[in-house]
Every structure is written in structure tokens, then in C-alpha cells.
Design a protein around this ligand. Sequence first.
Ligand SMILES: Cc1ncc(COP(=O)(O)O)c(C=O)c1O
Length: 392
Amino acid sequence: MDFPFSDALKRLPEQFFAGLVHKVGLLEKEGHDIIKLGQGNPDLPTPQHIVEKLKEASDNPAYHKYSPFRGFDFLKQAVCDFYDREYGVKLDPTTEVAIMFGSKTGLVEISQCLLNPGDLALLPDPGYPDYMSGIELAQARTSLMPLTAENDFLPDYDAISDSDLEEAKLMFLNYPNNPTAATADQKFFDKTVELAKEHKFCVLHDFAYGALGFDGEKPQSFLQSEGSKEVGIEMYTLSKTYNMAGWRIAFAVGNASVIESINLIQDHVYVSLFGGMQEAAAYALTTDQTCVEELVHTYESRRDAFIGHLRAIGWEVPEPKGTFFVWLPVPRGYTSEEFADLLLEKAHVAVAPGNGFGEYGEGYVRAGLLDTEERLLEAAMRIEKLGIFSKA
Ligand SMILES: Cc1ncc(COP(=O)(O)O)c(C=O)c1O
């Protein structure tokens, strides 16, 4: 028997990138060597000292039982120490930290926590697609905030209508930004806090790429802005900072009432993560951070090699300031999807078409710096051979 899905499930947006994965799979089956820059999965392993800590902690029988529902105190304290050390932000581990099963989970949950059917969320376009999944499950509405090159891929708050500002209950932000690779400064976040206070909405800042800033610029935490805890929270994942995407561990920090709402929904849906993992995560956050510096250096040098070659063949591409993505303007005469298809079929280079991240992503493709420098250069050379670009 086939049981019909609930209306809530039917509202979920289509997984846009499933189609891309399928096309790549077909070409690989035919024996082609595809350079896969379409997804956002870190290619390097978790640093060995963190893996060793998990192995050691796995032997502890205390962790073989259910963990405390809201996570171990030692992990929440480690999160507070991390925020104090990295950003000078003081947090209360008992009320201002929630442990989560990766930030994807939290980003979907937050809409269930704060939005009723018909409520309005302010959503960046282009943006990480899962924000929308949560909004749809909550039966809420969106007001899109276009991120354009003219505005350095920051939302233009003056362009949001007064009625949308009045109605908004939640605003999503994400810097360093996926997919545009833009960063935000303190002035922008200060302005955001002011706006949120005035219009009484909650700000959710997704800080997934918080560790990945280039050219010596450390990305700004939303919580570094005065008054930010009154109006919002920040979500931070270990997936990108420590190449722990498969481990599924993240946390939310900030406004105590929002943190309580996340803890409350999680009390009903989960028991907390395996204790050994929590110990390894606490260790990752509080021990020597050389591995993070090395990772940033690796992505930066991949960026320089890849961008350098693309520019040399005549493709005018902006330099990413953070994340491990490059947001590439599509040459005239192609849509995002047509150009991504061309790169895949003729150059065997997979990139993500920008329109998959929203309407304002049209005109771009996103490439991940998630292969070796040699393979990224090989990708650039394959693109050069298409003869689309002309050298100045
Ligand atoms: C902007 C952004 N937020 C959140 C996530 C989710 O990260 P995780 O669920 O691994 O914590 C990703 C993953 O690609 C991302 O790009």
C-alpha cells in the first residue's frame, strides 16, 4: 500500500540539487572523470587529535547510556569558552546555549519554534535552501531580501516595505555567506540589531562559515554587536571549522527565550548526542586551533590558484572573502542552468546553478573549493578549453 503524505510534507520545497547529483552519477557511470565542485561537503578529514579523543571517549561506559536531554554541561561550558576566546562574547551556559544535531536541524526547527501559520519571515535570496523547508513546515510566509553584487550581497534594509518590517517575526542571515561568499562587518550587524529592536523580530544568524575568512579578516560574529542577545541567536556548526560534517554536531547561542524554545522542541524529538561525541566536540573547541588556521590557509591557497587561472583565461570573477565557495557570474547568453549543464557535459566540471539558491541567484553558478589545488587547476583548464572566454 502507498500511504499519502501529510500536507506538511507535501509543502516541502523540491530538493533542487538532487537533479544535479543524478546527472553527475550518470556521467560517472559512463566512465567520465567528473571534477565535483557542486556540493558543499568538506573534502578533508577531521583533524586526527579530535578523532583520537572520540576513540578514547567511546570506552567510557557513562556515555553508553542516554545523554542528558539538553547535552552535557561540559560541552555547553566549552561553547562559552570558545565564544569568549574567539569573539570576546560572554554567554551563560545554562540559559544561552543549545546543543544541536548539526545546524541544518536547528535551521529547520527555528521556524517551528517561532512562527505560526501565516507569520512572516525575512529571507535572503539567494540563500541556503533549508531555511525555506522550516518556513514551509511552519506554514509561514516569506518576504525575500535580494542579495545583489551592487550591495555587496548584503540585504538592503531600506528596500523592505514598512508593512513587511512590521509583520516580520524572524529574519534569517548568513555571513560568511553561502552561496555568494560575501562577508558582513560589525556596522551591518549593528544596523540589524537596531532594526530588529525597532520592529520586534528575531534574528537568526547562521554562522556556519564563521571560521572561514580570508586575507587575515576574521569573520564577525552577530553576537559581537551590542544588544544582539536581546534580539537574536547565532547557530554555529563544527562541520566546516573542523571538517566534522559527518558527525552532526552544532550549537545555538544567544537570546535565552529562543534557546529555550530550541531546547523545548528537542526535548520532544531527540535525546541528546552520543556523549563521546560531545566530549570530542568540547575538545575540538577548546584545544589548540592550529588545525583551523591550516584549513583556512588551504582554502585560501586553493581560492588563489582557481580564481587566478579563471581570471587569466578572461573570466572576470570576484574574489571570495570567506566560506569555501566561489560565486561565479555566468557569461552573457546563458542561464545559470544552461551554463552549469555546459560545464558538466563538455568540461566534466560539476558546479551548482545559482537559481537553485533563489531567484536572485540566476546569472551565477557556485563552485566549491573542495578538491585539491591540482584538481581545481585542472577544472579551470578544462573550462579554458571550451573557448568561451577571451583573454584581454
Ligand atoms: C549556510 C549553511 N548553513 C548550515 C549548513 C548546515 O551545516 P550542518 O548541518 O552540517 O551543521 C550548511 C551546510 O552546507 C550551510 O552551507
